[in-house]
Design a protein around this ligand. Sequence first.
Ligand code: BEZ
Length: 224
Amino acid sequence: MKLGDVFPDFEAETSDGKIKFWEWSKDSWSIIFSHPADYTPVCTTELARVAKLAGDFAKRNIKVIALSIDSVDSHVGWIKDIKKYSGMQESDKFPYPIIADQDRSLATQFGMLDPNEISGKTGLPLTARAVFVIDPSHKLRLSLLYPATTGRSFDEILRAVDSLLLTEEFKVATPADWKVGDKCMVQPSVPDSALPEMFPKGVEKVEVPSGKGYIRMTPQPNVD
Ligand code: BEZ
């Protein structure tokens, strides 16, 4: 899958019943994140973290869905551990579905398998820690691929999504380590002549030896 490709529609069994992906993600941004297997320690911390961040994803109109190569019954049992680990009550509804990709067909189709991480149970490659951020028109907008042994930073995923949502609306880009509220950079395609109208909060050029004036900083357009 390349950035900008249309993410294929698919049907899957999940811990919340059968879904058709495009119908499920209709009119929302969505994030699919995959896991090596159920009842594994790093995965448990990751799914618990995403459960804790459910409100943060919802307020950005982002639906999240996990994928693991075990059965729905296994997911349902594992969710009890994840709830406990994240401090939820057993009776709380788990905030997002987990896809049961037991035959690995989706993991294979989406390039999520890690040939270097072999399951001790089956001798087959496990799923890597993939993240796909998909926009409301089903286009892939961001992807990450981590090995099984490295848990992801969901703060970073939220930060990257905030940048995506911002740069969708305004002709800005976000610099290294940017976070919401920090200054942004005017995109290189914007001519200097358009700056006063497009960036009424002002633009400041950073002096560098080339003198090319290409580093143009501006306050984040949609915060006061
Ligand atoms: C884990 O989730 O803890 C894990 C899974 C596969 C390999 C290593 C770690």
